[in-house]
Design a protein around this ligand. Sequence first.
Ligand SMILES: CCCCCCCCCCCCCCCCCCCC(=O)SCCNC(=O)CCNC(=O)[C@H](O)C(C)(C)COP(=O)(O)OP(=O)(O)OC[C@H]1O[C@@H](n2cnc3c(N)ncnc32)[C@H](O)[C@@H]1OP(=O)(O)O
Ligand SMILES: NC(=O)C1=CN([C@@H]2O[C@H](COP(=O)(O)OP(=O)(O)OC[C@H]3O[C@@H](n4cnc5c(N)ncnc54)[C@H](OP(=O)(O)O)[C@@H]3O)[C@@H](O)[C@H]2O)C=CC1
Length: 501
Amino acid sequence: MASITEYYAGKSVLITGATGFMGKVLVEKLLWSCPDVKALYILVRPKAGQTMEQRVSHMMKCKLFDRVREANPDFHKKIIPISSELTQPGLSISPEDVEKLSACINIVFHCAATIRFDEPLKHALQLNVIATQELLSLAQRMHHLEAFIHISTAYANCNRKHIDEVIYPPPVEPKKLIESLEWMDDGIVQDITPRLIGDRPNTYTYTKALAEYVVQQEQDKLNIGIIRPSIVGASWQEPFPGWIDNFNGPSGVFIAAGKGILRTMRANNDAVADLIPVDVVVNLTLAVGWYTAVKTYCLYPFKAFSKLVLCLKRNPLEQAFRRPNANITSNYLINQYWILVSHKFPALIYDLFLRLCGQKPQMMRIFNRLHKAIGLLEYFSSQDWEWNSDNISMLMSQLTPEDRTMFNFDVRQLNWPEYIENYCIGTKKYVLNEDMSDIPAARQHLRKLRNIRYTFNTLLVVFIWRVFIARSQMARNIWYFVVNLCFKFLSYFRASSTLTN
Ligand SMILES: CCCCCCCCCCCCCCCCCCCC(=O)SCCNC(=O)CCNC(=O)[C@H](O)C(C)(C)COP(=O)(O)OP(=O)(O)OC[C@H]1O[C@@H](n2cnc3c(N)ncnc32)[C@H](O)[C@@H]1OP(=O)(O)O
Ligand SMILES: NC(=O)C1=CN([C@@H]2O[C@H](COP(=O)(O)OP(=O)(O)OC[C@H]3O[C@@H](n4cnc5c(N)ncnc54)[C@H](OP(=O)(O)O)[C@@H]3O)[C@@H](O)[C@H]2O)C=CC1
């Protein structure tokens, strides 16, 4: 059997979602490890005032492509952008481009999706399900297609505790849902969404489950592979450790914690955070393109995130609101207590301070958004799932020793503390564009915040003393009783230690 690199040599690959987090890493790895790949056709739409061409040229200048650029300054010639808006009929690909793709594509990687947890159902359905259907129709017209690889999510079936490498029956027949929603206005759809998604937490996991079913329906006509990554995080090794470019999932949590805004979060300390580095997912994806398999796995418990604070203090973010701290608890009431004490109270004081300085209060607004975002993650951080990953082991056993190194997806070799440290540095460097040379100043800022906290706590104690203790005879009595008890205990301790000496 040909090695993975040999397999991709001379092949034309179609990638959707190539401008996204995972898509970019996939493009880079293909160019790096399979330099003889013939062409990468990427479906791109114009966005935010930029044309398709401007977006692609901007993407290729990204630091992520440094090693590819160095090895082959003409690498961009292998990337062929195709204008496409996935939410439009026929994916709005021109007839000429359809012809071109039908004639040459050998492998399709379908990464595009909306991954927002608060996406209105109609839009999530349009992009995650209907666009997948359209792409499958296009795939059927491709004369030389060898594999159609669909990127799903490990949480498509998160309403189950144990998840096997099978496609479960969909919550509803996608065709019927699409037909019904067509005539409903957005208000009605919004009202019935909770009933429709049932025991899934959001429209994202619901529509990804429907998409898997839609892909499976074509298994007799196409050679399909479905990958179910769990929580995709910064890169482990490639192209360099810590590459990340978004605020999704853990990245947003790390940044908010690093900035000292997020200090408490609901999570089950005994559960496993199913974090998986993006380069591992991409290596697996390429191996799956070459063979056929399913999902990824990892073993990093939530309680291990208590060490995150040390990483964040070693590599502090600039202008933190407070020093990083993490209370991770599964208890709703304890979490609410910490939200009050650690989030809302400081925000209130800071907003008061801003008002006194004649500025617009903003901290409470930031915290409200943060609570909305964290609330959406809670479902995933408070539970534990068990995934079957036999196909991964099977796939690994099929690789040549060289491929096992070049397309490594064996996370058992991963040193998690080192990975989390690089992840934190990655969010600082690549998401926030902060300079590492500013770390001494950021550390100095954290020391200032610590001194402010000590001063504030001292003033608070003095205040409480004045208000409650000094004014009430009963409080005074309790206070003297406690102080007396402490003295007695100290004298007893001193006496007993003298005796033993
Ligand atoms: C106390 C510390 C404890 C530390 C414990 C550590 C625990 C480990 C973490 C484990 C977390 C568990 C995570 C589970 C995730 C499950 C993942 C399932 C896997 C998947 O299949 S899909 C990928 C996951 N998808 C997402 O994560 C998307 C979630 N995001 C959204 O749905 C929306 O962004 C959200 C949160 C609803 C916000 O919407 P909105 O208010 O409309 O804001 P925008 O998205 O438009 O963004 C505006 C602006 O804000 C930036 N932003 C977004 N999110 C964050 C954030 N969390 N923190 C900071 N900033 C954020 C965004 O980039 C935009 O900036 P612009 O400059 O572009 O305007
Ligand atoms: N990130 C994660 O933690 C996980 C992700 N996944 C899956 O991996 C895949 C990739 O995720 P990720 O890279 O993180 O997501 P991103 O949000 O970073 O990327 C999404 C991609 O889809 C494209 N896209 C979205 N809407 C349209 C549209 N209307 N027309 C054309 N293109 C569109 C985006 O293009 P544009 O740049 O134009 O917006 C972008 O390239 C998804 O299928 C997701 O479900 C699975 C598990 C975890």
